[in-house]
Structures are given as structure tokens and as C-alpha cells.
Design a protein around this ligand. Sequence first.
Ligand code: FAD
Ligand code: MG
Length: 347
Amino acid sequence: MKAKYITVVLAFSVFFTSCGLTGGNAVKPYEVEDLMMGTVITQRIYGENAELAAELVSERMKEIEERMTVNSPGGEINALNEAAGEKSVALSPDTFFVIEKALQFSQRSGGAFDITVEPLVKAWAVNTDNPRIPPREEIDRLKASIDFRDVLLYEDKSAAMLKNKGQAVDLGAIAKGYAGDEALRIYRENGIKSAYVNLGGNVVVLGSKPDGSPWKIGIQDPRGSIGEYMGIATVADKAVVTSGDYQRYFESNGTRYHHIIDPETGYPADSGLISATVITELSIDADALSTAAFVLGPKEGMELIGAMEGVEAIFITRDKKVHITPGLNESFKLNDESGEYQYAQEG
Ligand code: FAD
Ligand code: MG
């Protein structure tokens, strides 16, 4: 099999740098980039204390990574997975909270979002140098162990247990979202009023730009090169999180196999969407919902989003039709010079 692995070296949603004050007195942010959670994390912070806040955020993200990773040894999720079917494992409030949230989104999405998908993620190995198409019997066997209801949470002792041996969880679709919310909490605690953080495509902004205007966040063209945008969302105090099939995937015999697994089929989700962006206040919610919507597809994905207060979305289908929630009519603009992307005719 000829496999192509795309390493994530660039954040794919950037803010537009027109953040100067009138009179040409551009306010310069303090900027820092970290390589963590398998991606580039960029912080741009304005105002006093920016450097300190950036450092605290980097440390906090490292802590979250160490607790929640399944990509390197140690931490709480690896411990939970290793003890599957045997015993419960004590969790920090961080990890307990993220798992609890994940289970809520599993319920809401009817299981499209499911952190127990880990054995399938590992079998496909899309995020590694050796991705593969597992044989159907392997997929069927692993699929049988996927069930978010088997993650047992014990609030009184802040612990969790996986019901059966062989089950495992992967927080790859939600933990970066949590880290984004933690970054904003730390900025606020340090008196920061304006900041932008991008965790490999999960963008979170605090306040507005220093000149008081909202942030402009480019939405990656899912079939363009990195940094090419098909639209711009104008936001303040929001998370803008995209799940897509274009960043982590491999190709075999002309078929694209990406990293978001449909727990129902055991194969990479094939819902008709190639990109799902969710915009809302909490980035943990946006992260879980963008992955869930990507699995559900345009119709059920919009139903999921529409049922929630204050949540907006931009979906792109394989035929390059763009679906947006009514709340984005004013704040999202198509910006596609090729003219390939067009709004879907709703109704
Ligand atoms: P999202 O759509 O948000 O998430 C997709 C990911 O979620 C998949 O890659 C898979 O892990 C999981 N998933 C797949 N299907 C489902 C589903 N139906 N429901 C729920 N989850 C699903 N990557 C590396 O290459 N090296 C690392 O060292 C590394 N360390 C990491 C440490 C942490 C703590 C985290 C959170 C991630 C780490 N990653 C690492 C993973 C990498 O950053 C992931 O590709 C990323 O989390 C996926 O995010 P996304 O926004 O692209 O896609
Ligand atoms: Mg996600």
C-alpha cells in the first residue's frame, strides 16, 4: 500500500493581521509557538503580562498533554486504558471533567462522538508513519468493543473505569478544546483582554482585537493548500474549531482514509462532509461538536447544532456546497476566488 502521511506542522486557521490602531501605531502581540499534542500551538497575546500569561498557558498545556495523551507513555488516560476490565483509576479534576463532557456529547450525538473509538484509531494508525486498512474481520471485532456507556465514572472518588478488557479511550477529539478554554481562563486571570490561541486548527479568541474590532478567522479551504481560505468568520470571545478529512489522512488506490472514525461502521466517516466548523463560546464544546457533526453529516449534523443554544456551524460537503447556521448570515463571508464553493440551497 502506498501511504501518504501528512504531518501537521502548520496551524490551519490564522487570524488576519490587520490589528493596528489608527494612525499606524500597530499594537504588537507577544507571540509564542509550542509543539505539543502533536501539533503547533500558537499564542498571540496583547497587553501587559502577556509574556507571563503565555508561559503559564504553555505550562498548563504541557500538564494537560501529560495527563491525557495516548501518544506517549504515562498519564491518566494510559493508566485508565491499561486497567480496562480490571479496576478503576483515580483521575485529576481535569481528566474527569473532559471525560464527563465527552460522554455528554456521545449521548447528544447518538454515539457519533465516542472516545472509546481508540482501538479502531490505533488499528487504522492514520496518525502514524504506518497507516493501514485493517481487514474487515478486525474492524468488526474492534467495533464490538466501542461503547461510550462502558466508561464508568465515579464522581465521589474522582475515578473512572472501562468495563471490559480491550476497551480504551482517546481524547484526541476533545482535549485540545479543553486546553483552549484553559488558555482563556489563564489570560483572564492575568488581566489580559485580547488574545488569540490556535491549537492546530482549534482557534480560540479572548475579547476583540486591541483596536476593538472583532477577529477575522480564516476557514481553511479543505481542498486547497494550507493557509488558503474559503471563507472568513468574524468573531469575538469565541472558539472556532474545524474537523476535516484533509489534514490527517492517507491514500490507497485513489481512496482517502482520514482519522475521524464512524463508530457505527468502523471506517473513516463518510457522511458527505469534508469539513465541519463549529463556533461557540467554549472550545471544548466546539471541538466535540465539530467531530460529531463530521461523523453525522450535513443533515443530522445541523440538527445536532440547531438543538443547542449559541452554537453556529459552517459545513462543507464533498461537492463544495457550504451550509451555515442562520446566526452566521452576517458574520461569515465566502471568500473563495475560484468560485468553487457555493452556498447550498436550503429547504
Ligand atoms: P478532531 O476531529 O477533533 O479529532 C479527531 C481525533 O479524535 C482522531 O484523530 C482520533 O484520535 C479521535 N477520534 C476519531 N474518531 C472519533 C469519534 N468518532 N469520536 C471521538 N473521537 C474520535 N498526535 C501526534 O501525532 N503525536 C502526538 O504526540 C500527539 N499527542 C497528543 C496529545 C494529546 C493530549 C492530544 C489531545 C492529542 C495528541 N495528538 C498527537 C493528536 C493530534 O493532535 C490529533 O490529530 C488531534 O487531537 C485531532 O484533532 P483534530 O482537531 O484534527 O480532529
Ligand atoms: Mg474535535
